[in-house]
Design a protein around this ligand. Structure first.
Ligand code: ADP
Ligand code: ADP
Ligand code: MG
Length: 502
């Protein structure tokens, strides 16, 4: 049985994993880079170890160092979170070789699903509907033209190693085929060190709908229904909700069966996500599988009532799934907003810096998964996501109203954030009606840009006035001077098990 878990990640997800560990009586070990000495995940863990300089490839991506800490701290297992080493087959292998449990699927499942072409072939063999397109990498520009003419524009040129919306180009004009091909290849090379690309038909009026699955080591797999993730910017999710406003019970059941079949086809173990693209007529196609915990997993947890990290740990302990498909149902509606330190009025430029003031939203039906605190400086080195705001309501409308209330109550100063932009999304008629696709942000550009018009604000000028005054007083707060050798008390606590456990 797992008694101690090293969390090979940072930020909100590291803390979220440690919360489940604490509930299960499992000790947690944090690792941190130079830039993260004062980060909340270090304080949250039972033990914390320094692993290297700020850039991820010198710290959070250093498998050798992380393994060394796992050994030194006598951790039985490593939870990789999302991003970083979570979809690295080599790391899963290394853990196995070193006798440490990797909380995730086998390296074979990771590499099969991590390569989009291999995954497409595997899914075709398992009779899962796949986006029409090629099942081999393009070997020349001539071949690219031939293949694309065969499929017909518009198409998506996609990196086989792609992830996080990178290495992908939509092509809808003949004259842009070659320039898009080159751009996709070069972006893929920079991001993944692999410039292999292939072509998919572009599904028009696309909806991103994904299914959460859980599979154990005894051949059982279940799905925990869908998440609608069509509110995207640059192919990256901004808002997610479940159930999907587009879904019907019949299609849900069908897609759920395909999702579990997809997992079983790669002998999957643990939590994973099968992503589909769906058109307005509810035709759907397999897009990819993410072989890890997903950023937006809390909306599923809220509606289905299952702690996914706890299930991941149970599965890693070789337990059988404690639920059957027929035990599960969707209760009410959940929405997640990703809060970023970025400036929506300046092309969403990242806005790292000192958090001067933060008031987190609370109250019935609100969950806030974050990691920043007053006086914390968001480093420039990592993803600028500050937190995830998750709300639940009996109905979709109730969830939207609650999200508006929570976003209004959420105050952060010192850095620019996407909060007002998200409030606009919650007020957009196309969002409220549930009739939207992945073009939503582009189609509603004008409406969303009008951030001064956030309805709640006008009704509550007094609250704002008081807040601005408070904010003014906080402006004099200076960032703590942190040097390479300075020790915070919190860090000391993090290192002393007995104190940190208090
Ligand atoms: P999700 O579907 O969980 O929202 P995202 O695509 O937003 O997934 O990615 C979640 C995190 O993982 C982000 O921090 C992203 O940068 C990172 N990520 C996703 N795919 C890869 C990859 N292939 N390589 C490195 N990082 C990745
Ligand atoms: P990543 O690995 O970067 O997450 P995905 O294959 O999951 O890449 O695609 C990311 C997003 O790009 C999708 O959610 C969708 O919005 C868009 N997309 C990808 N492929 C297609 C397609 N064939 N047709 C329409 N939209 C697509
Ligand atoms: Mg994806």
């Amino acid at each position: 049985m797992i008694k101690k878990i090293l969390v090979a990640n940072r930020g909100e997800i590291a803390i979220r994993i440690m919360r489940s560990c604490r509930e299960m009586g499992i000790a947690s070990v944090a690792v941190f880079s130079e830039a993260d000495r004062n980060s909340m995940h270090v304080r949250f863990a039972d033990e914390a170890y320094y692993i290297g300089p700020a850039p991820s490839n010198e710290s959070y991506l250093r498998m050798d160092k992380i393994m060394q800490v796992a050994k030194q701290s006598h951790a039985d297992a490593i939870h990789p979170g999302y991003g970083f080493l979570s979809e690295n087959a080599e790391f899963a292998d290394l853990c196995k070789k070193e006798g440490i449990i990797f909380i995730g699927p086998s390296s074979h499942a990771i590499s099969t699903m991590g390569d989009k072409i291999t995954a497409r072939k595997k899914m075709l063999a398992a009779n899962v509907p796949v986006v029409p397109g090629t099942t081999k990498a393009l070997s020349s520009e001539e071949e690219a033209l031939e293949v694309i003419h065969g499929i017909g524009l518009p198409v998506m040129i996609k990196a086989t190693a792609g992830g996080g919306g990178k290495g992908m180009r939509l092509v809808d004009k003949e004259e842009e085929i070659l320039s898009s091909l080159r751009a996709a290849k070069s972006e893929a090379m920079t991001a993944f060190g692999n410039d292999e690309v292939y072509v998919e038909k572009y599904i028009s009026s696309p909806h991103h709908i994904e299914f959460q699955i859980l599979a154990d080591n005894h051949g059982n797999a279940i799905h925990l229904f869908e998440r609608e993730c069509s509110i995207q910017r640059r192919h990256q999710k901004v808002v997610e909700e479940t159930p999907s406003p587009l879904m019907t019970p019949e299609v849900r059941e069908e897609m759920g069966k395909y999702a579990t079949a997809a997992a079983l086809a790669v002998d999957y173990s643990g939590a994973g996500t099968i992503e589909f693209i769906m058109d307005d007529n509810l035709n759907y196609y397999f897009l990819e599988m993410n072989t890890r915990l997903q950023v937006e997993h809390p909306i599923t947890e809220r509606v289905v009532g299952i702690d996914l990290v706890r299930e991941q740990i149970n599965i890693a302990n070789n337990k059988e799934l404690s639920y059957k498909q027929e035990d599960l149902s969707q209760n009410g509606h959940a929405i997640e907003c990703r809060i970023y330190a970025e400036d929506p009025e300046n092309n969403f430029m990242p806005s790292p810096g000192l958090i001067q003031h933060i008031t987190e939203p609370l109250g019935f039906g609100v969950r806030h998964d974050g990691y920043v605190y007053e006086g914390y400086e968001i480093p420039i080195y990592y993803d600028p996501m500050i937190s995830k705001l998750i709300v639940w309501g009996k109905t979709r409308q109730e969830a939207i109203d609650r999200m508006k209330r929570a976003l209004f109550a959420y105050k952060i100063t010192g850095v620019k954030t996407s909060i007002k932009f998200l409030e606009r999304i919650m007020n957009a008629p196309d969002f409220v009606s549930g009739k939207y696709n992945t073009h939503f942000i582009e189609d509603n550009k004008k409406f969303l840009a009008d951030m001064k018009k956030c309805e709640g604000d006008c009704k509550a000028m007094a609250i704002i006035a008081a807040f601005v005054d408070y904010d003014e007083r906080l402006k004099n707060l200076q960032p703590a001077k942190i040097t390479a050798n300075s020790m915070s008390n919190w860090k000391t606590c993090g290192r002393k098990k007995s104190i940190a456990r208090l």
